[in-house]
Structures are given as structure tokens and as C-alpha cells.
Design a protein around this ligand. Structure first.
Ligand SMILES: [Zn+2]
Length: 259
């Protein structure tokens, strides 16, 4: 019902840019460039949580980029999934050329370009998805996969993670509190377990997808969970580290590149 109302109000209200409020377009050229205009860059929070995979981001989480992500996630501006997915696809291309995370053993110089990429969205809480009327991360993972296919890179979305238990709202928690809050919170779905047993969930092909990196604790937990099992201790990602992409990261997480 909520989405029907959003679509109706979209017909009745004047369209404005989700990034800057400018007239007539859902996303103006300048805000689109803020999102997807720079090249994807490696990001790392400081301190980095144990087991955090290699992460690439498209843009710092501030100003127009922040407004666009929130409009898509919380206000159901679903047309923004296209530009957000394109920004994410750029990060996937960049990270696919990089070796895996902490436990990488065999990938060396990155993936051969023919290997299909497995995009694994970080799941939202079911209650959050219900309240929003959509799953924003999964939606932008799908548009990113479509963009990758369009440009000749085979990629598929594998929604094989789910929340194992409820977690407290992360906002307002420090890095260590977030780690404790999230430890053991994610697990593989039954389908994901089957893929893991069959050897189809190849971690050198897995790219975790999230919208935002702040402390990195969510991605570290997701990397642990794609390794299977229910351990709650922070561990490096099992069996040849996966990698990760986010649309945006805290501005300070980009400082890794300034050394
Ligand atoms: Zn704008």
C-alpha cells in the first residue's frame, strides 16, 4: 500500500532532485556526478574490525550522496536504484581486480575476468524491510548486476545471508559496541548452506554488497557468516577471503589512500 501511495504522490507532486532539491529531475547531473563521478576507491575504517574484507566505495557519505541514499532507502525513491547500482557496479569492477581479504590464499592478482561474480547483499532486519516496503541493498545489488552484465561482466545476486537474531539499532553505538551487537547476528540461509557444501559459494568470487560503511562491523560479520557455521568470535573470513563494496563510506574511511 505504501508503495502505491508513493507512486501516486510521485505523479502528483513536482519532481525534485533527491540530492539537492533542484527542480524537474529525480537526480541532477551534479548530484549524479557526486555519486558516480569519481573512480571507486579502497576504504578502511580506523580501527578496522577483525576479519574486515577488502572494501571499495564510490563516494564519501556526505551531502548529496547521503541525501540520495536516504531517499532511496527510507523514502522509497526507487528510481534512484539505477544510479546507485551503477555506482556500485564501478566498485565491483575495481574490487574484482584486487586480492581478497585477510585470509586470501589463492587469488593473488584478483579474479580472471571470465569468472562470474557472486554479489551477496547484506540483509536488513525483516522488520526494517517491512516498514520500508522494500529491501534497498538487495535492490541496488540487482541493478548493479544488471549494469555489470550490460558491460560484459557476468554477475549474479545471491541473497544467501539472513539475520539470525534481532540486533539493536547501530546508530549511536561505538565501534566496539557495534561489534558486540553484531557478533553472530548473520547466518547463511538453507540455500546458502547447500551452495557452500557443493563448493558453489566460492569465496574468491563472493563480493559482499552494502549501502554504507561506517565502522565496518557489519561487513566483518557478513564475511564471517558467508564462511558458514555459527561462531560468535570475530574471525577472518574463512577459506580465501571474500571482498566487499559499498555505495558510500564515512569520509574518514577514505584516508587510507592518502598515506
Ligand atoms: Zn541535485
Amino acid at each position: 500500500m505504501r508503495n502505491v501511495w508513493q507512486e501516486l504522490s510521485g505523479l502528483l507532486l513536482p519532481v525534485t532532485c533527491a540530492g539537492c532539491g533542484g527542480p524537474r529531475v529525480e537526480l541532477c547531473a551534479a548530484c549524479g556526478a557526486a555519486l558516480d563521478g569519481g573512480s571507486a576507491r579502497r576504504v578502511c575504517p580506523s580501527p578496522a574490525p577483525p576479519g574486515l574484507p577488502t572494501v571499495y566505495a564510490a563516494a564519501p557519505y556526505e551531502n548529496a550522496v547521503r541525501a540520495v541514499l536516504l531517499a532511496h532507502k527510507e523514502r522509497g525513491a526507487l528510481g534512484l536504484a539505477g544510479p546507485l547500482g551503477r555506482a556500485l557496479a564501478g566498485c565491483v569492477r575495481a574490487v574484482a581486480g584486487q586480492p581478497g581479504g585477510a585470509a586470501a590464499v589463492s587469488v593473488g592478482a584478483g579474479l580472471p575476468s571470465a569468472a562470474p561474480l557472486l554479489l551477496v547483499p547484506v540483509p536488513s532486519a525483516r522488520s526494517a524491510t517491512a516498514a520500508r516496503g522494500h529491501d534497498p541493498v538487495r535492490r541496488i545489488a540487482v541493478t548493479a548486476a544488471r549494469e555489470l552484465w550490460r558491460t560484459g561482466r557476468e554477475a549474479r545476486v545471491l541473497p544467501v545471508l539472513r539475520q539470525r537474531r534481532a540486533v539493536a539499532d547501530q546508530s549511536g553505538l561505538g565501534a566496539r559496541q557495534r561489534r558486540v551487537n553484531l557478533a553472530g547476528a548473520l547466518e547463511l540461509t538453507a540455500a546458502g548452506e547447500r551452495l557452500l557444501r557443493r563448493g558453489a559459494l566460492r569465496h574468491d568470487r563472493v563480493i559482499l554488497v552494502d549501502d554504507l560503511l561506517t565502522t565496518g562491523s557489519t561487513l566483518a560479520e557478513a564475511a564471517r557468516a558467508v564462511g558458514g557455521g555459527h561462531g560468535t568470535a570475530p574471525e577472518p573470513p574463512a577459506r580465501g577471503g571474500c571482498r566487499a563494496v559499498v555505495v558510500a563510506a564515512s569520509p574518514s574511511a577514505f584516508e587510507i589512500n592518502r598515506n
